[in-house]
Design a protein around this ligand. Structure first.
Ligand code: PFF
Length: 462
């Protein structure tokens, strides 16, 4: 099928020029693949540890329900109505709503956020890749906490090793995205998510067998609100966006490949539910091990790399288990990284008329270059500080805490205030008008107000 990609009335577009998901299940898998990743298994535990545990988890869960799910529905809906890269989708939906063309800059911000996130995401995924190798050669077997910590420090202190694995990961991302929507993205996630679930449940089983299971659970679920300040709330909210892949067009571009007859609301709830479950399972598996081995919950980005290998090194069958776990972590990261780069690639293909492969090479190489500076920020450039943060923490803060919530805020404003309700109602096609009213209320008032209040608090105005 061929049609013009820009300037066409959005209502005419039946499918995307880039292809479509083959089924509802395929979309759920791909979007869950985007959502479930390092954010759940690597980031959620360490930021929960840094922010005092239970109270942080509650704020995060509230953000997922009251802000994340309505925005996920909105973002998917905008994508399916526009059927183009987020930049062109926002431009054509603005035309349809007789709003200003500048809404396309929302798409631009998303493309930039995705680019910046991927640059550090790929470095961390590289750590996981190097742990696949270390598991394979049995580096962890029988080792105690201090040896495992030393293995992690060695990796941190080696720019060459980090850059090597980061390069391999970026290459893998580029190869998959170059193959396109169906053959590349869909096949990659089909077996990944179910296996990841099973492994996490087995790990939880192991954590239950330690004497510190209760202590881990209580750290995760007993709230102490004195631990929480405005910045922790911002981190929790930012993480809700990060973990659900919201606010930067990843879910929008996946929505643009969604066939017409599929319920957006139902799929969004399933995806958010699965994502939250994975994060909580990861937390339940990790904190008992943190306490059992006298480690600090606030150990930072190295937390899972310093705890889980201890478990793998001691449990029976731990060699295979550890190997499988890190392979799956890499695959989960891959199914997210492809969605971080897809909005930019779709845009280059649509507007610059270049082939998908070339678009992947251009984007992949630039992302890789920024990633190299991130790898260096853990060692030779660890003294480089911008706004009081090293390069990794700066990129993480700007993207997850600022750009994604800002993007989400704009999506909520567009879906709630700018888009004609008859258009959003038609696109969502909910079975009951009350459901539509609930979503409309959440997206028009609750989500934007919540994001706005958190921003204002952090800036220190209130
Ligand atoms: N949701 C992914 C994770 O939790 O690892 C990260 C991510 C993917 C963030 C795609 C944003 C995005 F657009």
């Amino acid at each position: 099928m061929s049609f013009k990609t820009t300037g066409v009335s959005v209502t005419q577009k039946i499918t995307s020029q880039h292809g479509e998901w083959s089924s509802r299940f395929a979309f759920i898998l791909a979007a869950t693949g985007s959502a479930v990743g390092l954010g759940n298994i690597w980031k959620f535990p360490y930021i929960t540890g840094e922010n005092g545990g239970g109270a942080f988890v509650i704020v995060y869960l509230l953000c997922v329900v009251a802000i994340g799910i309505p925005i996920m529905i909105a973002e998917t809906m905008l994508g399916r109505r526009g059927r183009e890269s987020p930049i062109n989708t926002m431009a054509s939906l603005a035309t349809e709503a007789k709003a200003h063309k500048n809404w396309r800059y929302l798409g631009w911000m998303g493309v930039i956020a995705g680019f910046l996130i991927l640059s550090y995401y790929s470095v961390i995924a590289g750590w996981a890749l190097s742990y696949v190798g270390k598991s394979f050669v049995g580096s962890f077997s029988g080792e105690d906490a201090s040896t495992i910590s030393a293995i992690f420090s060695d990796l941190m202190n080696s720019p060459v090793e980090q850059i090597f694995w980061h390069s391999i990961f970026m290459l893998a991302t580029m190869l998959i995205v170059a193959r396109g929507v169906k053959s590349g993205l869909e096949t990659a996630v089909r077996f990944l998510i179910p296996t990841l679930f099973v492994l996490l449940i087995l790990l939880v089983g192991y954590a239950m067998s330690t004497d510190f299971y209760k202590q881990g659970l209580s750290f995760l679920f007993s709230p102490d609100f004195s631990e929480i300040d405005a910045d922790a709330v911002l981190t929790a909210m930012g993480h809700a966006f990060f973990t659900l892949s919201l606010g930067m067009g990843a879910i929008m571009v996946y929505g643009s490949y969604l066939p017409k007859n599929i319920s957006i609301a139902k799929t969004s709830i399933i995806i958010a539910g699965a994502d939250t479950l994975v994060a909580l399972l990861a937390g339940i598996a990790i904190f008992p091990l943190v306490f059992a081995n006298g480690l600090e919950p606030s150990a930072g980005p190295g937390l899972i790399f310093q705890t889980l290998p201890i478990a793998f090194g001691h449990m029976s069958g731990g060699w295979l288990f550890g190997l499988l776990f890190f392979i799956l972590l890499v695959l989960a990261a891959l199914s997210s990284s492809i969605s971080l780069i897809e909005p930019a690639v779709a845009f280059l293909v649509e507007n610059k008329k270049i082939a998908r492969t070339k678009a992947c090479i251009v984007m992949g190489f630039s992302t890789w270059a920024v990633g190299v500076t991130v790898a260096l920020s853990f060692n030779v450039w660890s003294d480089v500080s911008i706004f009081g943060k090293d390069i990794f923490n700066l990129l993480d803060y700007i993207t997850a805490n600022l750009m994604l919530p800002l993007g989400g805020l704009c999506i909520a404003i567009f879906a709630g205030w700018i888009m004609k309700p008859e258009h959003s109602a038609a696109e969502l096609d909910l079975p009951d008008t009350n459901y539509f009213k609930i979503w409309k209320f959440l997206i028009t008032y609750v989500a934007p107000t919540a994001v706005f209040i958190v921003f204002v608090h952090v800036i220190g105005i209130i």
